[in-house]
Design a protein. Structure first.
Length: 206
């Protein structure tokens, strides 16, 4: 017997990417919503067919229709995240993206009482967007390198004459270099993984 994966993006008609250039997100709250009615129709159809699905739910929707989220879970479906504000990951800074993912995850878990492990990105990112993301990472790395050079220069002057709290200049230099190398490796590995997944639209919420 063939098994298929069934997924649903829980968002309203005015939030789809194709309409983004034509509908200002500031007008979302003033527009009539159809998401509650449409999802309830899907739930009835799935129940009739004995089908289970993963509902990638927008935090914006969960905020306004918490009972709908509870109905999805009550009927045995998996609840997953579609982010909060329905923005492309490639259009956000690292901090904005992290905040969007985590706020949606926490909201969905609070409303449903269930752990949320899945995440679906808004749309497939372009290669250009991924390259831009990586370029920004390199700029950030350059800034950290400048900071390291400045720290080395300052501590060299401070420790030139005598140790401070038992630290000599060679010891402090080794400490700063090791800390910089370890932090840089972790950052590069993590951010490169995000950039790769942006291209594949497979970013997983953590």
């Amino acid at each position: 017997m063939t098994k298929n994966a069934l997924t649903v993006d829980v968002e309203d008609y005015f939030q789809v990417s194709a309409l983004a250039p034509h509908i200002d997100r500031g007008s979302w709250d003033s527009r009539p919503c159809r998401v509650e009615r449409n999802v309830q129709r899907l739930l009835a159809l799935f129940d009739e067919a004995g089908a289970q699905a993963t509902f990638f739910t927008l935090g914006w929707v969960a905020d306004r229709y918490p009972q709908l989220v509870r109905e999805i879970v009550a009927q045995g479906h998996e609840l997953a995240s579609h982010g909060y504000a329905h923005r492309r990951a490639s259009e956000q800074t690292r901090q904005e993206f992290s905040s969007d993912v985590l706020s949606a995850k926490h909201l969905l878990e609070d409303v449903s009482g269930q752990p949320v492990r899945g995440y679906r990105a808004l749309t497939r990112a372009t290669a250009r967007a991924a390259l831009t993301y990586r370029f920004n990472l390199l700029l950030g790395l350059g800034a950290v390198l400048v900071q390291l050079v400045a720290l080395l220069a300052v501590w060299r002057v401070i420790l030139a004459e005598s140790p401070v709290n038992g630290f000599t200049w060679p010891q402090m230099r080794a400490y700063l270099l090791v800390a910089f190398a370890a932090g840089t490796v972790v950052s590069i590995l993590g951010d490169s993984s995000v950039a790769n997944r942006l291209c594949l639209s497979r970013i997983a919420a953590t």
